[in-house]
Design a protein. Structure first.
Length: 260
């Protein structure tokens, strides 16, 4: 199992410190939250991009994902969404990342309309992603929180460079069993994104294994090959325990589950 963590858990941490944290805790990769308040975002220039890539290469840590905020099912400006997708793919190419994470963001639209909008936009971006050697993955999130919902979109696209990202919390919140999520997403799955919380009413992030999410069941379904990324949502819960102190234990917990 290749283990990564999201920089959502260490908001604002400089790139060099992120790389050093990965090495110190035995992590193989990182998911870079791509937002203007972070060191890595869409407006950094060629020199900065090269420096980021070199920093992680020096540490022997893979940049797994550019975690963007494009909402591909959202109503509104087609050109703006297409440009954001293009910029995310370009950034992933420049940094040597394997994936670009996007959200559905369909809101309260009719599901068929939201599905069609997302599929159309992703299909238009797919060849650009293929040329860049990048895979765009649609996360189980917001309007499309279940595997069934995400698979409706990705299945319509039908392109190998557009896939799915399984965030374990959102299908669980949508009352979809892990086996059903896996069955829907397995033809398209990029990787598994894990976290833990106390309950559906309290989503404050907890150390892995300290909450109620079905991590063991999800890992048993996906196997011990490929990537698992811990998305610890410290950015949205500043009073939560700091990630660096629990990161190595979280990796060890997942490894024990994967080999149970």
């Amino acid at each position: 199992m290749n283990f990564a963590f999201s920089t959502l858990g260490v908001p604002g941490m400089p790139v060099s410190e992120v790389a050093d944290l990965a090495v110190a805790t035995g992590c193989h990769g990182v998911e870079l939250r791509t937002h203007p308040e972070e060191p890595v975002h869409l407006r950094i220039g060629a020199r900065e991009r090269a420096a980021v890539r070199e920093e992680f290469a020096r540490a022997g840590v893979e940049i797994l994902t550019i975690a963007g905020y494009a909402r591909v099912a959202a109503a509104g400006d087609e050109e703006a969404v297409a440009e954001e997708l293009s910029e995310l793919v370009r950034l992933a190419r420049d940094l040597g990342a394997s994936f670009v994470r996007v959200f559905p963001g369909g809101g309260d639209q009719d599901p068929e309309i939201a599905d069609a909008t997302a599929a159309r936009r992703l299909a238009l971006a797919a060849e650009r992603a293929a040329d860049a050697g990048v895979r765009i993955v649609l996360e189980t999130h917001d309007s499309h929180r279940t595997g069934a919902a995400v698979s409706r979109v990705v299945g319509q696209v039908g392109h190998g460079h557009v896939g799915a990202l399984w965030d374990v919390m959102h299908p669980w919140l949508g009352h979809e069993r892990p086996a059903a999520t896996h069955a829907a997403l397995s033809p398209y799955l990029g990787y598994l994104q894990v976290k833990d919380v106390a309950s559906a009413e309290d989503l404050t992030p907890l150390p892995l294994g300290a909450g109620v999410l079905p991590l063991a069941e999800c890992l048993a379904l996906t196997g011990d090959e490929g990537w698992v990324c811990w998305e610890y949502e410290k950015r949205w819960h500043p009073d939560a325990e700091d990630l660096p102190g629990i990161l190595a234990a979280g990796r060890q917990h997942l490894e024990s589950l994967a080999h149970a």
